[in-house]
Design a protein around this ligand. Structure first.
Ligand code: GLN
Length: 498
């Protein structure tokens, strides 16, 4: 047995123990639920627990392992963000409007995980319809950061990140439209990976910004992220934007030497106002990559970076306003019935069913798409989107990966930004451009804030993440860089005291 407690095993370590029959999937699943029962009253990572189903799946997985039919994920218990459709299991999207919605089918990624021997612990808390950066927009109350319970875990995959960080799930699925996998991973000290747009099918992912959304893993190691990625990636006819490409064996790219790797550092990501601890941790991480053999170019420029947040807050709400039109109280979910006729019922369903932020986005998007404003806002944003994408293309002609921080600050306090949407939006300045360009991006733990530094917020030791990007469909370069860096450090082995 290893010295690591069961709940802090990596997926890969757990799979090894399962294969050697040192633990069973039922043991791991029971340990996960014990941990959830002990901690989730204070963390609030889960919205729905599926203990009976999980134990049945675990017994099935143990049977598969006994018959020698196990794959790398078989029998390892995991959590799923509540924006991913799960047949027969309530899927709320963190919203009152879907509070009692039970889907009739599984998302593509869930089908894939089930084929791989899935054990689903439950569905995780999130910002309503994935709109938010702190988890505080959930209709069911916020998730707390396991490293400091008075702080946010980031969002919108708040519960998935917190569950992995706190040892309540061995891995989790999240979704990322503007940073929602990478930013919470960074703020909770775990690994979060957003694949290239088109790499993972969006079939069964409840749509927010359809040209930006991707599903990806939140894990305790880079290898684990590669394993989950390989299981969920690949072409699916039911998503018209799914890329008809073979998925590379990214686990083959996991080597500890970076010789020949060309690393670029875009200067626009080291902005004024960013936290000193973040700046220092990320600079030190880049130096470390150089020690491992990479060549580092500190002089890359992506001049349109500063426009990305504005572009995103036109495009994402525009797409959301169309996507969320389906919640009319007729087809599914919450339905107000006491009104004066159909239109009144529909309006009240949306008025009572949606939270503030969701309504704000629907209004922004409807406005940006309305006749007379479409050219000035939506069309213009699409043009700037092309510029941003071209700047990345040019940078990737000379560099294999680009590195920068994930978030300008470590985890902020619960309540600190809820009344200031613009401040909240700005916490995604470094993650949003990646979705705009459709690139793969990962967050890897690279340090902690220094509680002793004068001016440091209340002495909490908070995780910091390093972001690594690669060109579209070059996930192997990204995993190579991320793995070599991770293996040269031990940030990912540190866990919150809970
Ligand atoms: N925080 C961003 C937003 O509020 C991104 C969310 C996401 O990636 N789903 O839209």
């Amino acid at each position: 047995m290893t010295s690591v407690p069961l709940h802090y095993l990596t997926l890969h370590e757990a799979a090894g123990l399962l294969a050697r029959r040192e633990v069973s999937s039922v043991d791991l699943t029971r340990a996960a639920f014990d941990r959830i029962r002990a901690l989730d009253d204070s963390v609030h990572a889960f919205l729905t627990l599926t203990e009976d189903e999980a134990l049945a799946q675990a017994r099935e997985a143990d049977g598969r392992i006994a018959r020698g039919e196990a794959g790398p994920l078989t029998g390892v218990p995991a959590a799923v963000k509540d924006v991913i459709s799960t047949r027969g299991v309530r899927t709320t999207c963190g919203s009152r409007i879907l509070e009692s919605f039970v889907p009739l089918y599984d998302a593509f990624v869930i089908e894939r995980l089930k084929e791989a021997g899935f054990v689903m612990l439950g569905k995780t808390n999130m910002d309503e319809f994935a709109m938010g950066s702190s988890g505080e927009n959930s209709a069911f109350g916020p998730t707390h950061n396991p490293w400091a319970l008075d702080r946010v875990p980031g969002g919108s995959s708040s519960g998935s990140a917190a569950a992995v960080a706190a040892g309540m799930a061995l891995y989790a699925l999240g979704s990322d439209t503007g940073g929602s996998i990478r930013q919470p991973a960074s703020l909770t000290g775990v690994v979060g990976f957003k694949p290239t747009y088109g790499r993972v099918s969006r079939f069964g992912l409840v749509a927010f910004g359809s040209s930006l959304d991707q599903i990806g893993p939140i894990t305790r190691s880079v290898r684990d992220a590669a394993l989950v990625f390989q299981a969920i990636a690949g072409h699916d006819r039911r998503d018209s934007t799914s890329a008809p490409l073979d998925v590379p064996a990214v686990t083959d790219a996991l080597t500890t030497d970076l010789s020949g790797l060309r690393v670029g550092v875009p200067r626009e990501y080291f902005v004024e106002g960013m936290d000193d601890d973040v700046r220092q941790a990320v600079r030190a991480a880049i130096d470390r990559m150089e020690d491992l053999g990479a060549s580092v170019d500190w002089d890359v420029s992506l001049p349109s970076t500063g426009h990305a947040v504005a572009v995103y807050y036109i495009i994402a709400p525009s797409e959301a306003s169309a996507n969320l039109a389906r919640y009319d109280g007729v087809k599914y979910g919450y339905s107000y019935r006491e009104g004066a006729g159909m239109w009144d019922n529909m309006e009240k369903t949306r008025e009572f069913g949606f939270g503030e932020e969701v309504k704000r986005r629907i209004m922004l998007g409807t406005y940006a798409l309305s006749s007379g404003y479409y050219d000035a806002y939506y069309l213009k944003a699409q043009k700037v989107r092309t510029l941003i994408r071209r700047e990345f293309d040019a940078a990737f002609e000379e560099h294999d990966v680009l590195v920068m921080p994930v978030s300008p600050t470590p985890a902020f306090k619960l309540g600190e930004k809820v009344d200031d949407p613009l401040q909240m939006y700005l916490s995604d300045v470094m993650t949003i451009p990646v979705n705009i360009a459709g690139l793969p991006g990962i967050s890897v733990p690279c340090g902690f804030s220094q509680p002793a530094r004068p001016g440091a917020a209340d002495g909490s030791r908070l995780p910091i993440g390093l972001q690594i990007l690669a060109k579209p469909f070059d996930e192997p370069a990204l995993f190579r860089a991320a793995y070599a860096y991770e293996q040269a450090t031990d940030w990912h082995k540190q866990h919150p005291e809970l």
